[in-house]
Design a protein around this ligand. Structure first.
Ligand SMILES: NC(=O)c1ccc[n+]([C@@H]2O[C@H](COP(=O)([O-])OP(=O)(O)OC[C@H]3O[C@@H](n4cnc5c(N)ncnc54)[C@H](OP(=O)(O)O)[C@@H]3O)[C@@H](O)[C@H]2O)c1
Length: 245
């Protein structure tokens, strides 16, 4: 679909960069929106050069809720598709002691997405077209001691995206929820993660691109995570409390 614009929110994320490139390869023009403008400008130049598409960088802060209406109003032309990629893992033990960290985790993964997506949903609903991709996480499928503040924000995001999908289906707007397991990005750098369960940002980009073509509702990446989370969510609490999962 050339000449159409894709808006990537949190465009400096490694998954977002790979996904923007995947869409640009198919001729999509790209709005790269995030906070680090130097990085965005470099990547926009790269997209223009490598894929001969239009690419523009624009400042977007997911937790500056008051700015979201004006941010979206300024986009001309309006995008045909949106990817919400911003997110913040944070430090769980630190967040247990300091609510400002917990708040940042919740706002960066949940409230910010609700704030901007409600603005975009109104426009897509009125135009009766478009797609929205929200990157949630398997961490939202069950709360665990090691990351339950991040996980609870992602659980909220998954439920929100499900509701938005239900609402917008009547207007021919498709909403896809992405639930990655482990992905090799700067978010997980330095973590000792099992290689077989670790996806690359490029694998995510392929899955997102094809998921949109196929109008999938929820995708797990890697696919094995659907089975893993099915098992994890069915472990009775009595047993789960004794595990170190
Ligand atoms: N990596 C994983 O294993 C994994 C697993 C499951 C889900 N996910 C989710 O996948 C998404 C992408 O993750 P990733 O690993 O690609 O991330 P990443 O490489 O660590 O990048 C995250 C990006 O989010 C942006 N961001 C954070 N707060 C923001 C805010 N307030 N406003 C605008 N941008 C903000 C940052 O942009 P700036 O640089 O511009 O500040 C940063 O570059 C996230 O939602 C994450 O939770 C990741």
């Amino acid at each position: 679909m050339s000449n159409a614009w894709l808006l990537v929110l949190g465009a400096n994320s490694d998954i977002a960069v790979a996904t923007a490139r995947r869409f640009a390869k198919e001729g999509w023009n790209i709005y790269l929106a995030s906070r680090d403008m130097d990085n965005l400008a470099k990547e926009a130049a790269n997209l223009r050069l490598r894929y001969e598409v239009e690419a523009r960088e624009t400042f977007f802060d997911a937790i500056d809720f008051a700015s979201h209406q004006a941010f979206y109003a300024a986009l001309d032309p309006k995008p045909a598709g949106i990817i919400v990629a911003f997110g913040f893992l944070g430090d769980q033990p630190a967040a247990q002691k300091d609510f400002s960290i917990a708040k940042k985790i919740m706002e960066s993964n949940y409230t910010g997405a609700v704030s901007i997506l409600e603005v975009i949903a109104q426009d897509f609903e009125a135009r009766r077209s478009g797609f929205i991709v929200g990157i949630s996480s398997v961490a939202g499928d069950r709360g665990r001691a090691s990351n339950y503040i991040y996980g609870s924000a992602k659980a909220g995001l998954s439920a929100y995206l499900g509701g938005l999908r239900h609402r917008l289906a009547k207007s021919s707007v498709h909403v896809m929820t992405v639930k990655p397991g482990f992905v090799a990005t700067k978010m997980t750098a330095g973590m000792d993660l099992p290689k077989k369960l670790l996806a690359s940002p490029q694998e995510l980009a392929e899955a997102i691109y094809h998921g949109i073509l196929a109008s999938h509702n929820t995708i797990y990446t890697k696919k094995i995570w659907r089975l893993i989370m099915l098992i994890i969510t069915h472990i009775p609490e009595k047993i789960f409390k004794k595990t170190n999962l």
